[in-house]
Design a protein around this ligand. Sequence first.
Ligand SMILES: Cc1cc2nc3c(=O)[nH]c(=O)nc-3n(C[C@H](O)[C@H](O)[C@H](O)COP(=O)(O)O)c2cc1C
Ligand code: SF4
Ligand code: SF4
Length: 436
Amino acid sequence: MADLSIDFAGIKSPNPFWVASGPPSNTAHQAHRAFEAGWGGVVWKTIGEPIVNVSSRYSALTLGGMKMAGFNNIELISDRSPETNFDEIAEVKKRWPKHTVIASLMVDTRERWHEFVRRSADCGADGIELNFGCPHGMCERGMGSAVGQNPEVAETIVGWVMEAATIPVIVKLTPNITNVVYAARAAKRAGADAISLINTINSITNVNLDTLVPEPFVAGRSSHGGYCGPAVKPIALNMVHACAADPQVGLPISGIGGIGTWRDAAEFVALGSTSLQVCTAIMHYGFRIVEDMKDGLSAYLDSKGMRSLADLRGRAVPQVGDWQQLDLHYKRVARIDYEKCIGCNLCHIACEDGAHQCIDLVDSAPYGLGPGRVPGKPVPKVREDDCVGCNLCSIVCPVDDCITMTPVDTGRPAMSWHDYQSRLAAGTMQPLPPHP
Ligand SMILES: Cc1cc2nc3c(=O)[nH]c(=O)nc-3n(C[C@H](O)[C@H](O)[C@H](O)COP(=O)(O)O)c2cc1C
Ligand code: SF4
Ligand code: SF4
């Protein structure tokens, strides 16, 4: 079995799966349950001056029957006292010395940062995560994403933290920013040991069309909240990649955002993450999901002949670059497997109305009868010369592996946009003709 243990900026953890700072990491009771279920670490619900929360505080996006495809909250940091939180961290560390407990912090002044950083080390926490990402409630008080969105302010505060820190410091970044890399570089300049991302994305999930008040409903009003869950994974992966690929950042990354399966986990590791944090999936399904995530990730590493997570980490990073580097002469076309096609014709409609009008409906006789296809009903046929290989039909097709995007030899050598521009400038080629 592949080794799932990690060393994250000097913090050793039995596996990469950490409970993210949030409702599932609010109490010692939950931390015990998480470790009993097999989690490698817990990032405590953010500790600061205790706040007062509103009721209600969550809302969600249901898509095609999938509950919590996206999840939104207007909850603030811990409503428990710092004493209670630090005491419970000490209790948890005592019982689980080999597991990771990170104290997530959010305070305002330099003195308060020094005090909370010291108290985190004193209670035995393995590291500190700075919550610079909460997008509601705390930013209005000059904390949370108000800090994370301003690299200069973030650099100053990380600097204060580093003055007092004796354990590793992780800066948790907000996605509510034009380019997350600037914030990551600021963390690095100020001496942080690692970064984690993403925190939640500003959102309104829906409007109740009777009351005309969005959820979560609080006495006839609502507020923008923080979006997370499966829907945010693509945004998180992109930001994790951006930080992993940036030579000026060069910090270990804790990947967060929509992780709920071993596949999600493997993708975050391949794009450069060392540890992985999960919040929404635990709120949806409970701590037990970690069993499948650990088994699946180990089995995947074994199947690829990888002995540890280090063999996978960052392996997808170099394959992602600027659009200008892509080969303009590469071509794929859509090919339909008529043994699988059920004749729904969704691909035809998608290509006709939303793409490049190159899937015809033709006499089905030469193609036999696939599963559920009606005799005499036309079948889709791709005109490969006109197909631009956009992928749309294969994405809309409801049958797995029915439409395969297949590379075809164009007979033309690779040419990037950069090459193209250089050749045009040198007069060694004519402009490519526009698409008809
Ligand atoms: C209800 C709720 C409360 C949260 N509270 C905190 C918090 O106190 N501190 C923090 O750093 N992140 C907090 N988060 C953000 C999560 O730690 C995480 O960054 C985000 O939810 C994305 O991960 P996910 O898609 O696995 O939920 C909270 C998230 C939710 C849903
Ligand atoms: S979408 Fe798929 S199943 Fe439906 S007609 Fe097209 S190829 Fe066949
Ligand atoms: S890949 Fe795009 S252009 Fe080609 S057949 Fe499918 S939808 Fe049409």
